[in-house]
Design a protein around this ligand. Structure first.
Ligand code: ADP
Ligand code: MG
Length: 245
């Protein structure tokens, strides 16, 4: 299996020395190239699980493996995108996209070439000299996506990336990320608390519940893409997920 999460629990020690169980006995297998959504209410451990798979944090018990190897630190092959975009305001759009390429050691000409390719992919070639604060939230999120993909990561982690966007922009971005995923064939692990978003995007929905955080059910979404948010099949799966939550 490409990614395997085996018996993973996470307990945080609080300031008063008491323990808080964020995640309990999670098992999960993820195939390469799939779009996985972690879905559940606030506090059910979605971010905790994502951070551990990405190597930003360690399980208290259990193991996480990628390609058979233990995950114990972050890697440039595994890139995360957060809700607040994480762009550097003092850098131009193209310089933001070049950021990860600098740590990969590409020279200036190559960096520029790759950054231009990915700005094209997200439809923002005309904005390369702008600064992030001159652009809308949806455009800023596209830049964050271009920057993440430019380093050609094996896995893209997205933690509620569209949570701060208005409803219309959010739908456009869902269309965009699906198109890009189909074109680039990355494994995407996408955290959301929005059922419709999960049914629109995911091959597999990992339904999580809180107190303590657990995987309650894994639901396959066999709908053909691009999905119609109003079709009876779509609504049937949405209802099925809803009853699990
Ligand atoms: P979600 O992303 O689903 O909202 P989180 O993974 O952020 O959930 O949090 C899961 C649980 O773990 C929550 O109860 C939260 O308060 C707790 N938690 C998360 N991070 C920490 C931390 N660094 N220290 C203590 N408790 C934490
Ligand atoms: Mg979270």
């Amino acid at each position: 299996m490409f990614i395997s999460v085996e018996g993973v629990s996470k307990t945080y020690e609080l300031k008063d020395k008491s323990n808080s169980v964020a995640l309990e006995k999670v098992d999960l297998s993820i195939e390469e190239g799939k779009f996985i959504c972690l879905l559940g209410p606030s506090g059910c451990g979605k971010t905790t699980l994502l951070n551990m798979i990405a190597g930003f944090d360690k399980p208290s018990t259990g193991v996480i493996k990628i390609n058979g190897g233990d995950v114990n630190q972050p890697s440039i092959d595994r890139i995360a995108i957060f809700q607040n975009f994480g762009l550097l305001p003092w850098r131009t759009v193209i310089k933001n996209v070049e950021l990860g390429l600098e740590s990969k050691g590409f020279d200036e000409k190559k960096r520029r070439e790759i950054a231009e390719e990915y700005l094209e992919l997200v439809g923002l070639s005309n904005y390369k000299k702008h600064h992030p604060n001159q652009l809308s939230g949806g455009m800023q999120q596209r830049i964050a996506i271009a920057r993440a993909l430019a380093v050609d990561p094996e896995i893209l982690f997205m933690d509620e990336p569209f949570g701060a966007l208005d409803a219309m922009t959010k739908m456009t971005m869902q269309d965009e990320i699906e198109r890009i995923w189909q074109e680039k064939k990355k494994t995407i692990i996408f955290v959301t608390h929005d059922i419709e978003e999960a049914v629109f995007l995911a091959d597999k929905i990992v339904v999580m519940t809180a107190g303590p955080g657990k995987v309650k059910k894994i639901i396959d979404v066999p709908l053909v893409r691009k999905r119609d948010r109003t079709s009876p099949d779509f609504l049937a799966i949405r209802d099925k997920v809803f009853t699990e939550l």
